[in-house]
Design a protein around this ligand. Structure first.
Ligand code: SF4
Length: 337
């Protein structure tokens, strides 16, 4: 089946006083109809920038190469009018902080009605009816009354439910959720994730989920794309990657998630150091200063993208040393399918 979203060899740059700075370097992934794909990595890995590039929301940044295909249409470099029609109607976004995504000066009802009417030729009464229905669908109690509430009158979880309602207002084919539960406490997080999963299935939308949390990946996604320092370092199905990760960074991310078996006094595994500044990425493997398995070659030679299984890749010398097949050339930056 053709993917809803197909990103290939994407490169994104931001202008700086010292010249253009590449923050996304040859990233490839796709999302099929009704599928959930997670982009995972620490802050600075390039996952959010990659997703914002899809919607042309890069601010001063620009797509410097590669392609972004939505339902077969190239949208990298699409004009402002096409992007405006895409956003909300065909591709919708759920943001990390619902309070900053909602306008504090307008009631919840007005904002959901507006989200519908911007893209659908319906009258105010019909849009209002649909808005009440959506608020009910996302589990807000007494939706008629909530229509008159202002964002500050809602809890964080309720605000994010409104964010999800607005994203689904026009039945988009692709939903992009950028750390949608980071600002919420753990019980509300579970509720919002369950809500998104249910609504995604009911609406049949594809979901691109941006997260730093492997436990969220395990609960939500079908496939996972692990990013580090602007590149994809591992990709595969969630079941395979979580049970048998081939890249040391993926293993470290998995190891840093506390489990129910983690004792009260037990220290969590941490990944030493931090993601490199894009202006100063290390030679060789970008992960080598933090990698517990780094060898001399990792410090000087860029590791190849290696196919580690059906639909799986890993950017690591260990994967190649294990006899895995290098991904085809012409698909740099993990373009191998
Ligand atoms: Fe670690 Fe070397 Fe693999 Fe990089 S290439 S992840 S440094 S083992």
């Amino acid at each position: 089946m053709n993917p809803v979203l197909d990103v290939r060899d994407l490169r994104v740059e931001f202008p700086t006083a010292a010249g253009a700075l590449g923050v996304v370097d040859g990233v490839s992934f796709d999302v099929g109809p009704g599928e959930t794909v997670a982009l995972v990595g620490e802050s600075g890995s390039g996952k959010s920038v990659s997703s914002l590039a899809v919607l042309g929301l890069l601010g001063r940044g620009r797509i410097a190469g590669g392609s972004v295909s939505f339902r077969g249409e190239e949208i990298a470099g699409a004009g402002p009018e096409r992007l405006r029609r895409l956003r909300g109607a065909e591709i919708a976004m759920v943001f990390q902080n619902p309070m900053s995504a909602l306008d504090p000066l307008f009631s919840v009802g007005d904002q959901v009605v507006e989200a519908i009417r911007v893209h659908r030729p319906v009258g105010r009464a019909q849009a209002r009816e649909r808005a009440v229905e959506l608020l009910r669908e996302v589990g807000l109690p007494d939706p008629e009354r909530r229509m008159r509430s202002y964002p500050h009158e809602l809890s964080g979880g309720q605000q994010q439910r409104v964010g999800v309602a607005m994203a689904l207002a026009c039945d988009p084919e692709l939903l992009i959720a950028d750390e949608p539960t980071t600002a919420l406490d753990v019980t509300v997080e579970a509720q919002i994730l369950a809500l998104m999963r249910r609504l995604q299935r009911e609406h049949g939308a594809a979901l691109l989920l941006i997260t730093h949390d492997m436990s969220v990946v395990a609960r939500m996604a079908d496939r996972v794309v692990v990013m580090y320092a602007g590149q994809v370092v591992e990709r595969g199905t969630v079941a395979e990657v979580l049970s048998a990760p081939t890249h040391p960074y993926t293993r470290a991310l998995i190891g840093s998630v506390p489990t129910v078996h983690t004792g009260r006094d037990e220290l969590l595994t941490v990944i030493p150091g931090s993601v490199p500044n894009p202006a100063d990425v290390p030679d060789g493997c970008r992960f080598h200063p933090r990698c517990p398995q780094a060898v001399e070659r990792c410090r000087t030679e860029v590791p190849p993208v290696v196919r580690t299984g059906e639909g799986r890749i890993s950017r690591c010398w260990l994967a190649e040393d294990a006899g895995r097949v290098p991904a085809p050339t012409g698909a740099p930056g993990t373009g191998a399918r």
